[in-house]
Design a protein around this ligand. Structure first.
Ligand code: SAM
Ligand code: SF4
Ligand code: F3S
Length: 442
């Protein structure tokens, strides 16, 4: 019998990648994807544990499913992702509606676990860290996500243990996939129509397999003819090595947006967070990159109100944003995570947190607005990804990851299109295609 699976994904791009790979696996035992969750026989939630809100969403979502299926046959409920790893059997106790818990480094066991559950009518929790077996298994199952812009995980896990972060506990120690395994997956994605490859890792620039580094991987993928754009995320400042900085000099396909989370502009807070770098070191990376390639722009992640952050620390962050003029950045109020060093530290008053978050976001939005306004009346290269939801226009992205909407047609999808920007808001550029597809701006 064909089973229908509904997959809901929370969290980061790696979870999106994983959800696609999980589907590639469960297809082998007869599952088809459905976008209507009331039709599903299997409900899979791929979860995120990064902040408390992200975790609570999971339980709310299960509550919703319970209501919808009250008068129907109960679907098989599977929890994957970082909450599955962090809470494991606690989840089964808190929410008996859940059938299976599968952690991020055990996805290669998903089919056997589902079949075992059906046979033995038992609940299972599978949370071993076994990334080698996982990637070997998925290497044999092709990545059929088939998007113009495709994610490709090259590295997982983290050994850095920033004091606020759960990732080292949920994704396990740093692991880099074999070089050729990644190249094979990249080739397959490109054969299937991918024009942009986004290399993923929790510490993507810490990638190291034998003598191969991230820069080698980028230069090798760049040789594949029909790939147009390469990106990588998320990087750590400590792993921004000279060889990686250097390729911004000559790479034709590496995009000029560097997403390099800094978290805070204060050395004191960076030290408390255990980030293991200073603001001066961050500036050195920024200056080197700008000197090599003046088109490079930076985006970042910021944590607001880390325990102990005083007015001066916060002002240092504002000043850093003013100097670097980050675009496309994210900011979050500190959320204490169980098991981390910062979980028991004194929290800053909520009203101060909200005020600081608003200030930071206004400044970041201003940078983004200015960047977008400066593009009005200019021609930019857009990688056309898809139609807009109402199917009347085409959606794509600029080299700096900003969304662009323009008057394209189906022949544009998957191509670099030259678009004249007519107007903009903070998050989107609106423009008109000025000639046929594949006409790049010099
Ligand atoms: N490895 C990346 C780095 O070193 O910056 C970050 C990966 S983490 C998945 C993504 C972002 O979530 C972080 O950059 C940080 O800003 C945010 N984050 C992590 N833990 C957090 C916490 N406890 N509270 C608020 N934001 C958090
Ligand atoms: Fe989390 Fe990134 Fe720090 Fe690792 S380096 S602990 S993933 S914030
Ligand atoms: Fe969330 Fe795990 Fe990604 S905690 S941000 S899904 S690595």
């Amino acid at each position: 019998m064909t089973q229908k699976i509904f997959i809901k994904t929370f969290g980061c791009q790696m979870n999106e990648y994983d959800s696609n790979r999980i589907f590639d696996a469960v297809k082998k035992i007869g599952f088809q994807k459905t976008e209507k969750y009331e039709d599903a026989n299997c409900y899979l939630l791929n979860t995120c544990h990064i902040r408390d809100k992200a975790k609570e969403k999971v339980y709310h979502e299960i509550g919703r499913v319970k209501k919808i299926f009250r008068s129907k046959e109960k679907p098989l409920v599977i929890i994957t992702g970082c909450v599955a790893q962090a809470e494991n059997e606690e989840m089964l106790k808190r929410e008996p509606y859940i059938d299976l818990i599968i952690g991020p480094q055990s996805y290669h066991k998903i089919n056997d676990t589902i079949l075992d559950h059906i046979k033995k009518k038992k609940k299972f929790e599978v949370t071993e860290f076994d990334p080698i077996s996982k990637f070997e298994y998925f290497d044999k199952i092709k990545n059929n996500s088939g998007k113009v812009s495709s994610f490709l995980t090259i590295q997982e896990g983290c050994d850095k243990f920033c004091h606020f972060c759960v990732v080292p506990f949920t994704r396990g120690p740093e692991y880099s996939r074999p070089f050729n395994q990644i190249l094979d997956e990249a080739k397959y994605l490109i054969d299937k129509g991918a024009k942009e490859i986004i290399l993923l890792g929790q510490n993507v620039n810490a990638y190291k397999n034998k003598n191969h580094k991230l820069s080698d991987l980028i230069l090798e993928i760049e040789k594949l003819d029909s790939v147009e754009r390469i990106r990588y995320t998320t990087s750590h400042p400590r792993d921004m090595t000279d060889d990686l900085i250097d390729i911004y000099k000559y790479s034709k396909k590496l995009m000029p947006l560097v997403h390099l989370p800094v978290q805070s502009g204060s050395n004191r807070i960076l030290n408390l967070m255990n980030r293991k770098h200073t603001i001066n070191e961050y500036f050195r990376i920024f200056d080197s990159l700008k000197e090599i390639n003046s088109n490079v722009e930076f985006s970042s992640d910021f944590i607001i109100g880390y325990p102990g952050e005083n007015k001066k620390d916060f002002d240092d962050t504002l000043n850093l944003i003013k100097k670097i003029k980050f675009i496309n950045s994210y900011s979050f109020i500190f959320s204490p995570r169980p098991g981390t060093v910062a979980s028991n530290l004194g929290l800053i008053d909520k009203s101060i947190l909200i005020e600081r978050l608003e200030k930071i976001q206004n400044l970041l939005f201003e940078n983004q607005m200015t960047m977008n306004k400066n593009l009005e009346s200019k021609y930019i290269n857009v990688l056309a990804e898809n139609f807009t939801e109402d199917k009347t226009q085409v959606f794509g992205r600029s080299e700096y990851m900003t969304s662009v909407i323009f008057n394209g047609n189906k022949n544009d999808i998957g191509k670099i299109v030259q678009v004249k920007i007519k107007h903009s808001n903070r998050s989107t550029l609106f423009g008109e295609k000025i000639n046929d597809s594949n006409q790049k701006v010099a």
